[in-house]
Ligand binder design. Structure first.
Ligand code: GLU
Ligand code: ZN
Length: 296
């Protein structure tokens, strides 16, 4: 594996949760983030987001990495694993605690659901529950967060209105995705986050955390999601087929096509040859803004 330092001007990443094998929707994200990085002569890293042992397996990690390799999607530095990053996450939590931004919450999901509002109403903010065995939330002030997504355009959200004080450490304790992703993107100097549009509405929360932790905000590009013919998001839960690694070139061509990109002239003999085309011809302007119909 190439362990030389990645170029710093552009650092992208693919950050799968190892809850099952990759499917064509995940390949769209992997290829999109790879091509955007390579077109810009940047580095591309793979981060395994394994912070929830109940949903994940080491078998999936192996499958995912094997599948990326089979498709010729080579990462530029060592794969990183979130389960090894507890210290960074604890430091970030300490930082928030010192700013008096953290509080333990005892509200059950059921109780919050019964309130019928989307944002956490601040119930436990000043109750000073002991932290042990409790979820920890971060206090969010009212502020309109604006960012320009490179595909979806200008976004604007007041997190205090949409979700309110959100969870950064779950009971368990388990680190929450929002915390882990923000801490790691900063620690890994990620400059461009290219990922599926299902995460577009998490981005304002992530920017809010970056501001509290004094981290830079990367550029964001959300790729359209692949959907089943009936409109449901393609996912393991909806029965998306695992990628067949023996059909790697064909899978890459399908993903490239779904991303609205131009096919090479003439037949391609290998994944490597096709990926060379992808790195040279990636065009953000061609990325569709609507969900991708995947009916094969
Ligand atoms: N691990 C997340 C997922 O598989 C993606 C995180 C991200 O790209 O920010 O949905
Ligand atoms: Zn509460």
């Amino acid at each position: 594996m190439n362990t030389s330092a990645m170029p710093t001007a552009y650092r992208g990443r693919f950050a799968p949760s190892p809850t099952g094998p990759l499917h064509i929707g995940s390949l769209v994200s992997a290829l999109g983030s790879w091509a955007d990085a390579k077109y810009h002569h940047g580095g591309w890293t793979v981060r395994i987001e394994n912070i929830d042992p109940e949903r994940e397996s080491s078998e999936s990690i192996i499958q995912i990495l094997d599948s990326l390799k089979a498709h010729g999607l080579q990462w530029d530095d060592d794969v990183s694993y979130q389960h090894l990053h507890s210290e960074r996450y604890d430091n970030a939590l300490d930082n928030l605690r010192q700013q008096n931004r953290l509080f333990a919450c005892t509200c059950t999901r059921k109780k919050l659901r019964a309130l019928d509002i989307s944002n956490y109403p601040g119930t436990c903010r000043s109750l000073n529950h002991p932290e042990e065995d409790k979820a920890l939330r971060v206090k969010i002030d009212s502020e309109t967060i604006e960012f320009d997504d490179l595909v979806c355009g200008r976004q604007s959200e007041d997190v205090s209105q949409t979700v309110g004080d959100f969870i950064v450490r779950r009971r368990g304790p388990l680190y929450a995705y929002q915390l882990a992703v923000v801490v790691d993107d900063a620690a890994q100097n990620i400059t461009h986050v290219v990922r599926g549009a299902d995460l577009l509405d998490n981005t304002a929360r992530q920017i809010a955390l970056q501001r509290l932790l004094n981290y830079p905000t990367p550029a964001y590009l959300h790729l359209p999601l692949a959907k089943h013919a009936d409109g449901r998001k393609l996912s393991k839960q909806t029965g998306a087929a695992p990628l067949d690694d023996s059909q790697a070139l064909q899978n890459l061509q399908t993903a490239w096509n779904l991303l609205g990109q131009t096919a090479p002239k003439g037949a391609m003999s290998s994944c490597a040859a096709f990926l060379t085309h992808c790195a040279a011809h990636w065009d953000r302007q061609r990325i569709p803004t609507h969900p991708l119909d995947f009916t094969q």
